[in-house]
Write a protein that binds this ligand. Structure first.
Ligand SMILES: CC(C)(COP(=O)(O)OP(=O)(O)OC[C@H]1O[C@@H](n2cnc3c(N)ncnc32)[C@H](O)[C@@H]1OP(=O)(O)O)[C@@H](O)C(=O)NCCC(=O)NCCS
Length: 380
């Protein structure tokens, strides 16, 4: 094969098809998102997070027994080595939850019984384990940093309910449980988004699942990706604090050539189908929890940005006003994204390794012309 590049990829690899995958289907023009061909709206209406995990990992919907078995395995994996809890207690109190999660996930590999294995079955085990553990780490660290006790998991609860129990210390209402469950379904996978691509690149070197997921968490953190939901809420808080008009606030941002987080998307040219559900959730939970102000501000901002910039709200815009109603602090929004997206990352790592080839593209060299000779220090 030639060592010379033949094609110049567009900036940000926009529109480039970089792999084959059977996991996630997106039609950005029609606003379609489907996992294994099943539309996200059907999953949000009828499925649950555990079933969605099964679908992503095994490629089809489970039978009743298979789902029950997966639920049980996820519940059994609700266990963190004491050294991980100790680590959470020892990090600086101002450490950001997303940074703590990234480092803790890397450390989890030391205690993983399949640590030395990288085959398909071991990676399914790791996927189940990491899904349970990541949720526990996010909840435990939040309680530790607030000086509260670490709540024991309840293995009889669903993934969503157990997370809220371990976070808030009380069993959630069925409405709160279902709301988080739907949010987890909506965030579970999104084809070759930046963090999933990072995971696949790492996995393709035949590194290991924990390294791939650590790479993914690092990528998710950025405000152009998962970090956008936190940025949205900081804007809402700032509008609230300053008693500002929401439309004036974002108009001012645009005047300063700033991007408004929660809007625009590389792939969707119409409504992000996830935003459709999160908008309703934000409205309903806002009303029922007495925190309608976040939704009301968001609605005004959305109308304005749509009219002014023809930009649609993305997944992060309405998740920002939904999560506070579930007792989730703003710097946990992106970690909660990871609580869900671990299912997609791991599915992609498994798919990558099942038919692997090193991912190693080329760069168009634009530096000083070759040969550019070394100049001894005293002649520079
Ligand atoms: C998601 C995102 C990174 C996609 O980026 P992209 O495909 O590289 O698109 P670009 O950043 O090149 O944007 C294209 C144009 O739309 C504008 N635009 C895109 N998103 C915007 C936003 N949120 N607010 C204001 N303008 C925006 C850009 O300024 C640019 O305008 P220009 O052509 O006049 O310079 C981008 O829309 C963004 O930064 N959004 C805010 C962060 C966010 O919500 N991220 C989560 C995504 S799920």
């Amino acid at each position: 094969m030639s060592s010379v590049t033949t094609t110049q990829a567009p900036k940000g690899l926009e529109g480039v098809v970089a792999t084959n995958s059977k996991i996630c289907y997106i039609d950005g023009d029609r606003g379609v998102l489907a996992y294994r061909g099943i539309d996200i709206h059907e999953l949000a209406d009828h499925s649950n997070f555990e079933e969605t995990c099964y679908l992503l990992w095994f490629g089809r919907l489970p039978s009743r027994n298979e789902l029950q078995d997966l639920r049980q395995r996820l519940a059994e994996e609700r266990h963190l080595d004491p050294a991980i809890i100790e680590f959470l207690r020892n990090v600086p109190k101002q450490a950001l939850p997303m940074d703590v999660l990234r480092t803790a996930v890397s450390a989890l590999s030391f205690y993983d019984p399949d640590q030395k294995k990288n085959d398909h079955d071991a990676n399914i085990n790791k996927s189940i384990r990491l899904t349970s553990q990541i949720a526990m780490i996010v909840a435990a660290y939040d309680r530790i940093r607030k000086g509260k006790n670490v709540v024991e998991p309840d293995r009889a609860l669903s993934h969503a309910a157990n997370f809220l129990l371990q976070l808030n210390g009380t069993k959630p209402s069925p409405t709160a449980e279902r709301a988080l469950d739907i949010a987890l379904i909506l965030h579970a996978d999104h084809e070759l988004n930046a963090s999933t691509f990072a995971a696949r690149v790492t996995a393709a070197t035949l590194s290991d699942m924990h390294s791939a997921v650590t790479s993914a968490i690092g990528a998710l953190k950025g405000p152009l990706h998962g970090g956008a939901n936190e940025a949205v809420f900081r804007i809402l808080q700032s509008i609230d604090r300053e008693k500002a008009d929401p439309v004036d606030y974002v108009r001012n941002m645009l005047a300063q050539k700033k991007k408004v987080p929660g809007f625009g998307h590389r792939v969707y040219h119409t409504e992000d189908p996830r935003a459709t559900h999160l908008r309703v959730m934000s409205r309903d939970l806002g009303k029922s929890s007495g925190q309608a102000k976040w939704y009301e501000m968001s609605e005004k901002i959305e109308k304005f940005i749509k009219a002014e910039k023809k930009l649609n709200a993305n997944v992060d815009f309405y998740s920002a006003s939904t999560y506070p109603t579930l007792g989730i602090d703003e710097d946990l929004f992106t970690p909660v994204f990871a609580v869900s997206r671990i299912s997609g990352w791991t599915a992609h790592v498994i798919e990558q390794l099942d038919d692997n080839r090193l991912i190693r593209p080329r760069a168009e060299y634009l530096g000083p012309e070759y040969p550019n000779h070394y100049v001894p220090m005293d002649q520079r």
